[in-house]
Design a protein around this ligand. Structure first.
Ligand code: NAP
Ligand code: MG
Length: 406
């Protein structure tokens, strides 16, 4: 069989631990035999980040700006324990944080659904994609533990040093707590563009929710910026695509989401997105079945699995054990990136391959061949057998070969 052609390289970001092992297996078994794979390789594994003083992470993000599509393996975000384990000269920052900051991107997370695992919310039939505004709010807030009686004020000084705003937050008569949080129009705008673009890209309705009735400046600003950008730049395209933009209060959104059939994007402020994405992924099944894509406001894409490097499995792997680690979300990162590359470069064979790779994954799961994490979630009436990662990937390969006629 002739291998499927690529023209522009994908930015390939390798990673750490168990997902690095899976990365190799996926390439060897599911990609290289079928695709004339063109990638620009960046090793974001922790040893290489240490050796390059994290330059490799920055370079990989710049390459994504240049080529437009990247695929990333999960990586370790170092903490104190990792500094010792890897003998690091510095506690390097989270690669995802670095890449997100450079691309100014929004993260979209969506679960992969299969027939044999039913969401715990019975009405859900299609995935719900959460778009989280990963900037500002409580994550960058200044906090103060108020020790005793005293006055808290909100003060703004303009760039010439003139005080233009001062208001009492609270006249404390006893001890308490105080928090100052902020966001920026530029970041909210980027978030809005990424959401509207991704909705058009995936032909799904877009919902957005805040608490603007209570937060009359802060949340209201989010609502108004979204509305303005939609009216000016996306309304027509949405009408043409047959999709809608829908704004509602967060309380109302939560109620509607639970009653819905799914199949839309839910844009959330930072904290709401943090909490709701965990709820949605758990209700749909498992973190190992969550895909994640970072989309920049100018339409650059970075695909990855939502889970981490699965450290516990890696330590067992190092002892020579065969683990049953689920590669599905990592395979979907590859298929998502290859499909996007194919669409951008007009390579229909590459798009077809990406679709067939995903179909082979679903077929394997529907045939009852699964990794351990999924077997326990299977609904009544279905039977499933747990296999190890190698066997699982081989089962996917058999089905992929069949569908490619290889
Ligand atoms: P994790 O790697 O997501 O794993 C947590 C647990 O979830 C695992 O121990 C495993 O449970 C289960 N799990 C996750 N993915 C699985 C898969 N594909 N197949 C089967 N089970 C899976 O999170 P973590 O252990 O908290 O973090 C490990 C490392 O990953 C950390 O160094 C962290 O910094 C990094 N991390 C990276 C990213 C990223 O790059 N995007 C995201 C999150 C975390 P059982 O052990 O019960 O089987
Ligand atoms: Mg969370």
């Amino acid at each position: 069989m002739e291998k499927i052609r690529m023209t522009t390289p994908l930015v390939e970001m390798d990673g750490d631990e168990m997902t690095r092992i899976l990365w190799r297996m996926i390439k060897d078994e599911l990609l290289l035999p079928f695709v004339d794979l063109k990638t620009e390789y960046y090793d974001l594994g922790l040893p290489e980040r240490e050796r390059t003083k994290d330059k490799v992470t920055f370079d990989s993000a710049y390459a994504t700006q240049k080529y437009g599509v990247a695929v990333k393996c999960a990586t370790i975000t170092p903490n104190r324990q990792r500094v010792e384990e890897y003998n690091l000269s510095e506690m390097w920052k989270s690669p995802n944080g670095t890449i997100r900051a450079i691309l100014d991107g929004t993260v979209f997370r969506a679960p992969i659904l299969i027939d044999s695992i039913r969401p715990s919310v019975r009405s859900w039939k299609a995935p719900i994609t959460i778009a989280r505004h990963a900037y500002g709010d409580i994550y960058k807030a200044t906090e103060y533990r108020v020790p005793a009686e005293g006055k808290a004020e909100l003060v703004f000084t303009d760039k010439d040093g003139k005080e233009t705003f001062r208001e009492t937050v609270y006249d404390f008569e006893c001890a308490g707590v105080l928090q100052g949080s902020y966001n920026k129009d530029s970041s909210i705008r980027s978030f809005a563009h990424a959401c509207f673009k991704y909705a058009l890209d995936t032909k799904q309705d877009l919902w957005f929710s805040t608490k603007d009735t209570i937060s009359k400046q802060y949340d209201q600003t989010f609502k108004l910026i979204f509305a303005e950008i939609f009216e000016k730049e996306y309304k027509e395209a949405f009408e043409k695509a047959g999709i809608t933009y829908f704004y509602t209060l967060i309380d109302d959104a939560v109620a509607r989401v639970i009653r819905s059939e799914g199949g839309f994007i839910w844009a959330c402020k930072n904290y709401d997105g943090d909490v709701m994405s965990d709820m949605v992924s758990t209700a749909f099944g498992s973190l190992a079945m969550m895909t994640s894509v970072l989309v920049s406001p100018d339409g650059k894409y970075e695909y990855e699995a939502a889970h981490g490097t699965v450290t516990r499995h890696y330590y067992r792997h190092l002892k020579g054990e065969k683990t049953s680690t689920n590669p599905i979300a990592t395979i979907y990162a590859w298929s998502g990136a290859l499909r996007k590359r194919g669409e951008l470069d007009g390579l229909s064979d590459l798009v077809r391959f990406a679709n067939k790779l995903e179909a082979a994954c679903i077929k394997t799961l529907d045939d009852g061949i699964m990794t351990k994490d999924l077997v326990g979630l299977v609904s009544e009436g279905y039977t499933a057998t747990a296999v190890n990662s190698e066997e699982f990937i081989r089962a996917i390969r058999e089905r992929l070969e069949k569908s490619l006629g290889a």
